[in-house]
Design a protein around this ligand. Sequence first.
Ligand SMILES: NC(=O)c1ccc[n+]([C@@H]2O[C@H](COP(=O)([O-])OP(=O)(O)OC[C@H]3O[C@@H](n4cnc5c(N)ncnc54)[C@H](OP(=O)(O)O)[C@@H]3O)[C@@H](O)[C@H]2O)c1
Length: 337
Amino acid sequence: MQLIRLRQPASLDQLQLATAEPRRPGAGEVLLRVHASSLNYHDYCVVVGEIPAADGRVPMSDGAGEVVEAGPPLEGSPVFRPGDAVMSTFFTRWRDGPVAKEVARQVPGDDIDGFASEFVTVPASWLTLQPRGYSHAEAATLPCAALTAWRALVVDGPLNAGETVVVQGTGGVSIFALQFAKAAGATVIATSSSDEKLERLRALGADHVINYRTQPQWAKGVSEVTGGVGADHIVEVGGALTLTQSLRACRIGGHISMIGVLSGREGPVSTALLMTKNIRLQGVTVGSHRHQREMVRAIEANGIRPVIDSHFPLARIAQAFRFQKAGRHFGKIVLDL
Ligand SMILES: NC(=O)c1ccc[n+]([C@@H]2O[C@H](COP(=O)([O-])OP(=O)(O)OC[C@H]3O[C@@H](n4cnc5c(N)ncnc54)[C@H](OP(=O)(O)O)[C@@H]3O)[C@@H](O)[C@H]2O)c1
């Protein structure tokens, strides 16, 4: 089988195509033919060395494929059969309940091997079923980006029909957030740096769109379309440079999900605004296996399909990351194996 290994010191030029033999599954394990993975900003940070990984690590946290062989079942572990279409989970140990130090570990692609490999042998407990009718490429977009958007709005929101949601930019997390918000009956205000992408956001159901490049004070636009009230929920992926606008755009008593750091990891925050507006600022790191199963059920009920911008073969993984870094994509970038 073919796989990718990241050599140290990490860089895109250190992503090497290698070969290995698949391992037969032991008790509680399955052998999976991985058909697709998808790129997340997190994976980019690993392959350029911003998140540390061991020499030879197989990158990519997302994976989707077909069970080829199942080892003897283990009590308490899900049972999958050959032919089942399954997908990875981001936190392999976070089955249920609130996030805790012990469960927010063992992320494929950084502290354990990931899914840039045609076959993997993993515990069945790391996997969930894919949504019915999904392709492997579609399923591979869900475990990190979609689950983060789901948790931000549905689990932590909690989002109610008729509320207003702001989503920022046109990356994977934000487009899933738009889709989940529309499915829940919300009004969506979407931002982008590109007018052409704003038109595509409208076609996906965005009710109002704002170009954050030509209108850097985009909170004013949110205020205008909400009659001066502000948004109920803001899916914050920009980080340091967008949080001030998000605090201004949020209604009194509203909710901001702190998800991304696209514009930087640290910066000044108007703590007075946060306090006087009684805003709930909630950090989010993906979600649990239970959240993933609940999201799959909602995706099936609402017929949501991921927006896939482009596909790259495994051997062109470095080009895929360069394409992601250029920021021209709309939605998800998929690796086909
Ligand atoms: N906390 C978590 O659990 C979690 C999970 C997943 C992702 N994340 C984080 O969330 C962020 C987004 O991830 P992703 O996978 O969706 O990324 P992505 O697909 O690479 O999204 C990139 C897009 O974000 C938009 N963007 C860039 N800078 C922006 C800014 N200053 N303001 C508003 N939008 C901006 C751009 O959209 P336009 O081209 O339309 O302007 C760009 O195309 C990353 O920081 C990632 O690390 C966190």
